[in-house]
Ligand binder design. Structure first.
Ligand SMILES: C[S@@+](CC[C@H](N)C(=O)[O-])C[C@H]1O[C@@H](n2cnc3c(N)ncnc32)[C@H](O)[C@@H]1O
Length: 207
């Protein structure tokens, strides 16, 4: 447990990703979640206020960082949906097969260690026909920007505690066996001068 990753980074994350435009993206994403829902990489709980109590039967959240979990505690206490927080990693989810109607990741697949393994676990715990909702920043489809993303990823992994700029997440979701149509990349002005390095995609893939 490092001071930066467990104390400073969770605080920074709330500030850096607390922009109203990012909040609107979170609301649009998790507002679609229905039934028994699992969110992986819950962080400080920034998505929690946007789950719809009329549609969500239960919410289970998985987050490995103690520092994130500490900061999430106040949001968990104010939750409007029944929520259970489970420490753990997306690479080895402690749940039975076909347990959930919906799985959510929000700006998380950039940071996990093993994306194919996490996607295999998401597929395993989803019911057939279940939805995998994700909002992620990804490798740009502009080759010039992609080259810069690859060059800067070693630095970003340090500053962003494991965050990669160069993951082709939509392709990996399809390779994992999900049905996923074309997903347009968008430049998000909330990221300021870094926006070209952080194109975002949001989609619902089906198991
Ligand atoms: C950039 S933060 C995003 C947090 C939150 N989803 C949000 O939108 O603010 C990435 C999160 O993924 C978590 N994470 C990193 N590796 C993980 C793994 N292998 N399994 C699950 N979560 C992981 C981190 O601890 C961190 O909370």
């Amino acid at each position: 447990m490092g001071l930066y990753s467990e104390r400073i980074f969770p605080w920074l994350l709330d500030r850096a990703l607390g922009h109203p435009r990012i909040e609107a993206r979170r609301a649009a994403l998790v507002g679609q979640a229905r039934g028994d829902v699992l969110e992986i990489g819950f962080g400080t709980g920034a998505t929690l206020p946007f789950y719809d109590p009329a549609g969500v039967t239960s919410l289970t959240v998985v987050e490995p960082s103690e520092g994130m979990n500490r900061r999430a505690a106040a949001r968990l206490a104010a939750a409007r949906v029944p929520v259970t927080s489970v420490p753990g990693m997306g690479e080895g989810l402690p749940f039975a097969d076909a347990r959930f109607d919906c799985v959510v990741t929000c700006l998380t697949l950039c940071s996990v260690t093993d994306v194919p393994q996490v996607l295999a676990e998401i597929r395993r715990v989803l019911k057939p026909g279940g939805q995998f909702l994700f909002l992620e920043h990804v490798l740009s489809d502009d080759p010039g920007r992609g080259r810069w993303q690859r060059r800067l990823t070693p630095l970003q992994k340090v500053v962003g505690v494991g965050c990669h700029l160069d993951r082709d997440t939509a392709a990996m979701v399809r390779t994992a066996g999900f049905a996923l149509g074309a997903v347009p990349q968008e430049i998000e002005p909330a990221f300021g001068g870094l926006a070209p390095l952080l194109p975002v995609i949001a989609a619902a893939a089906v198991r």
